[in-house]
Design a protein around this ligand. Structure first.
Ligand code: NAI
Length: 267
């Protein structure tokens, strides 16, 4: 995505310490954006920010628990101070608890709703407050929420996760409508990543085998690949490129949209 220029843009990526979020932060930085890595994992988050600085980018770590309103209240002004503004918020932080419905663990479901749904909704709230006219950043901007192919298909073992990711889809649409109605000047979109071998993606395959859905993690992965027209798993840069596109002026007439980046699995 070398043709996209995000220089002078300031981006906050939640869950940016590792996995897809770290890849998105790196891709945004490569396109020229200054980046804040916002995460509960302080050591990993600081290391990711340092490695971006080592590569010549402007990058800072900001501690953030996306599920806590008070944490956002501290993090957003800290990012605006450190980077000199805020134009792009990527609500990527998420957790996954694998569970058969017949064995449902309500605490696991509540945790997923708290991080994935409340966390994304708070990210939209604080992005809007900062970016709308009169906010600390005040120039409009763009919000990208990370949903999942799990919001578009029925895969066994992930009912609660799928429900939380479907909620992100609806949050995205209503947020885009509110931004339009109230002239916030903020585009809001979401991405549905396919299965990608990060810490979360790898653990999901192991969990699916452990709860008896597949004989082994490898066979769980094979089942996903078999349902994917592109014939492979996702890679971090597949998701990162989609985020860079949606963050850029190449997507200036795109809002309230959901972009599947799943090799066709969810069609
Ligand atoms: P990961 O587990 O490797 O990384 C998640 C990051 O979010 C971690 O750095 C973690 O510390 C952070 N995080 C968790 N709870 C947080 C909180 N309360 N506040 C701030 N940060 C928090 O996961 P991965 O694979 O990188 O996933 C990133 C996003 O992409 C998630 O929303 C996930 O649901 C979604 N996704 C992942 C897929 C995959 O196969 N890896 C497929 C579809 C969607």
């Amino acid at each position: 995505m070398t043709s996209i220029d995000l220089s002078a843009r300031k981006a906050l990526v939640t869950g940016g310490a590792r996995g897809l979020g770290a890849g998105m932060a790196e891709a945004l930085a490569k396109a020229g954006a200054a980046v804040a890595i916002a995460d509960v994992l302080e050591d990993a988050g600081k290391e990711t920010a340092q490695s971006l600085r080592d590569a010549g980018a402007t990058a800072e770590f900001v501690p953030l628990d996306v599920s806590a309103d008070s944490s956002w209240e501290q993090a957003v002004p800290a990012v605006v101070d450190a980077l000199g503004g805020l134009d792009i918020v990527v609500n990527n932080a998420g957790i996954e608890v694998t569970n058969l419905l017949a064995d449902l663990d309500p605490e696991g479901l509540r945790r997923m709703l708290d991080v994935n749904v409340v966390g994304t909704a708070l990210g939209i709230k604080h992005a809007f407050r900062a970016m709308r006219p009169g906010g600390v950043a005040g120039n409009g901007g763009t919000v990208i929420n990370i949903s999942s192919v799990a919001a578009t298909i029925a895969f066994p073992g992930i009912a609660g996760y799928s429900a939380s990711k479907s909620a992100i889809d609806r949050l995205t649409r209503v947020a885009a409508a509110e931004s339009g109605r109230l002239d916030y000047g903020v585009r809001v979109n979401c991405v549905y990543p396919g299965l990608t071998p990060t810490a979360m993606g790898n653990k999901l395959a192991v969990d699916c085998a452990e709860i008896g859905l597949f004989p082994s993690p490898e066979e769980a992965v094979q089942a996903v690949v078999a349902q994917t027209p592109s014939g492979r798993l996702g890679q971090i840069d597949d998701m990162a490129d989609a985020v860079v596109f949606l963050a850029s002026d190449a997507a200036k007439f795109v809002t309230g949209a959901g972009l599947p980046v799943d090799g066709g699995m969810g069609m």
